[in-house]
Design a protein around this ligand. Sequence first.
Ligand code: AMP
Length: 396
Amino acid sequence: MASFSEISFADQRVLVRVDFNVPLDENYNVTDNTRIRAALPTIKKLVGDGAKVILMSHLGRPKGGPDEKFSLKHICSEVANLLGQEVNFSSDCIGDTAKNEVEKLSNGSVLLLENLRFYTEEEGGDEFFAGQLAELGDAYVNDAFGTAHRAHASTAVIAKFFPTDKYFGFLMEQEVLSIERVLNSTERPVTAIVGGSKVSSKIAIIENLLSTVDHLIIGGGMAFTFIKAQGGEIGNSLVEDDKLELALQLLSLAESKGVQIHLPSDAIIADAFSANANVSSADITSIPAGWMGLDVGEKSVEQFSSIILQSKIVLWNGPMGVFELEPFANGTIAIAKALVKATENGAFTLVGGGDSVAAINQFKLAEKVSYVSTGGGAMLESLEGIELPGIAAIKN
Ligand code: AMP
């Protein structure tokens, strides 16, 4: 498959699925334009080639029909400002209105179509609707990693109308390459750090990672289910009692696959789930009754950091503690810093999925690791080993 960067799209009508599902305030101002900025390299390349660029996206969750509140017209000026050129708008994403707007485009100009989810056919993956969208373009580019785990009309089904002229945009390409570099690595050792609140939400990820990594570091609230399963005293720490057996099974699966599991050896403990609680530290297996572990302790940080620094590939998913509360943020900050150092030493470091992304942004260290994924659910499903419909549709 020719890569997007190698092709010139001059004179072509290029239909680009972007993820412009951005938050708006009550006056329809974009409050976080990260997703729009993430799509700019792809749009700018197409504009530079002299293509007619047709952008399509969803916004929010309209209830199957046009709804002013979810109109993409509200974000047109933000896209234009970031892009540095005029962006035309089509008040319908299919039919004569859209066709007429596309007709008017000159080479190097940009059109944004109205919210795809004003048609229930979008989420329904309707083939006829996908065909109507496809009529608008000569080539299809998917740059919406955030929705790549959905088999919607514009993210997956549409690709069949472009058997040869379908491409990943730069953002998708980067996401796909980053995940592949971790899951199919030839460089070793590979370390995954998994944290967050519950084992139950990460079972499939842990199982999949056990087939690919050398080291698995487990932190955050979920570590206590493993510690309790092994007979440790965890006081009032977060635990899933119905997952104790599963935790033991995961540990023995790791052993059979030769994966080294690293659980915390100590914890920062508190007598309440509050930034104003009394705080102390304890061995991870002897947390007193009435106290709960809300962060990993100093010894654990040292132990985890040393593994990270020995690794060639590091994946980080999920915080080490309740990083939102200042007294319990140290473990998560320390892991972020270890990733930065590993990156400086030449390791490939990927931060992906949910709260670890929020954490690395909060610590302002996102620029200092190799890659921070833009897709929450899409990243989690990729780590579970699922081939995402939006990715499969382009590749196959
Ligand atoms: P998740 O959404 O499963 O990735 O979990 C992220 C959440 O886990 C964050 O909001 C953290 O505050 C929380 N968390 C991390 N460590 C702990 C802990 N030891 N006890 C309770 N919650 C935790």
